[in-house]
Design a protein around this ligand. Structure first.
Ligand code: SAM
Length: 296
């Protein structure tokens, strides 16, 4: 679809004739006015909208005075459902994929459908728009030059810690989605595995009770233990692991303890001793010991 940049006040949907294809349309994560003009044009112009829940998307459509045929496409959709969407598009129709809120495919359904559409040579158009990751990163006050999005952390502690171990040495800021009831236990696991890093909890972004808390993980945990679980939707942003930020244990930084141990012990033994003394993950301490000994 070509956008007409000459139109001065595109307050109402432009009358667009859409090419057959799959359109990935982001919807607001709270504030309805975050729907873009282009998203409005597409929703007004497509032949069919596929969505997680027709009631949720129905409300959005109603808010913008739109009415379109809708069909469910969600995490339970299968090969047959995808084949149906592909067939509809192959026959010349334009289809918009939306999720309940935010950008489709980002911890939401759509990846398999897009992959299938690409294989079938169908044109796929992705619109930029509302999403919870980027505003959380922007508001976190943590470095935004390089970051990794982890998606939702696993619900159980064992798999959660195993997953976090894999991200331990990843450079840059880490971002994950979390639910309010699981937040405290998750933060405890994050601290256990990644250390007491600087972090931010971005809650209810773009909504009335939007709030961002920026503290070290230990302080955020303390607050939750005192005040109970928060309400609403949450993004957790975690600062990078920096050797110079290493936690102090008994008044000494881990780095100092390692340097002292390395004077008399091998890298492996020094790491084992300091990991045992501080309760920090062995692998991380070993990597730091390697670095400090110049063997990394
Ligand atoms: N596709 C969406 C996006 O682009 O952000 C995310 C969908 S995912 C199923 C829902 C999760 O996104 C929530 O559990 C929460 O972690 C995060 N989220 C969505 N809206 C949010 C908001 N307004 N404030 C904070 N986090 C939000």
């Amino acid at each position: 679809m070509k956008t007409d940049h000459t139109q001065k006040e595109p307050r109402t949907p432009q009358d667009v004739s859409l090419k057959a294809g799959l359109y990935l349309v982001p919807t607001p994560i709270g504030n309805l006015r975050d729907l873009t003009f282009r998203a409005l044009d597409i929703l007004a112009g497509v032949d069919l909208i596929i969505c997680e829940d027709t009631r949720v998307t129905g409300k959005l459509m109603k808010a913008f005075g739109l009415k379109k045929p809708m069909r469910v496409y969600n995490d339970h959709s299968n090969e047959r459902d995808r084949a149906h969407v592909i067939k509809v598009i192959s026959e010349g129709e334009s289809v918009a994929l939306v999720s309940d809120a935010g950008t489709p495919l980002i911890s939401d359904p759509g990846y398999k459908l897009v992959r299938q559409a690409i294989v079938e040579g169908i044109e796929v158009t992705a619109l930029p728009g509302a999403n919870a990751v980027l505003p959380a990163l922007q508001l976190s006050g943590l470095p935004s030059d390089a970051f990794s999005f982890i998606g939702f952390l696993p619900a159980r502690s064992g798999p959660r810690k195993a997953l976090l171990e894999k991200w331990h040495d990843r450079p840059g800021t880490l971002i994950c989605y979390e639910t309010a009831p699981r937040l405290l236990e998750s933060l405890k696991d994050i601290k256990k595995v990644l250390g007491d890093r600087p972090a931010a909890i971005a809650r209810e972004l773009t909504k009335l009770y939007e709030e961002v808390k920026r503290e070290k993980l230990s302080v955020l945990i303390e607050g939750l233990e005192k005040n109970g679980p928060p309400k609403g939707e949450i993004v957790v942003v975690i600062g990078e692991n920096k050797a110079e930020d290493a936690e102090t244990a008994g008044g000494e930084t881990i780095e100092k303890q390692l340097l002292a141990a390395l004077k008399t012990l091998s890298v492996r033994d020094a790491a084992e001793m300091v990991a045992g003394a501080t309760g920090k993950p062995k692998k991380a301490i070993y990597m730091l010991a390697l670095k400090l000994s110049g063997k990394a």
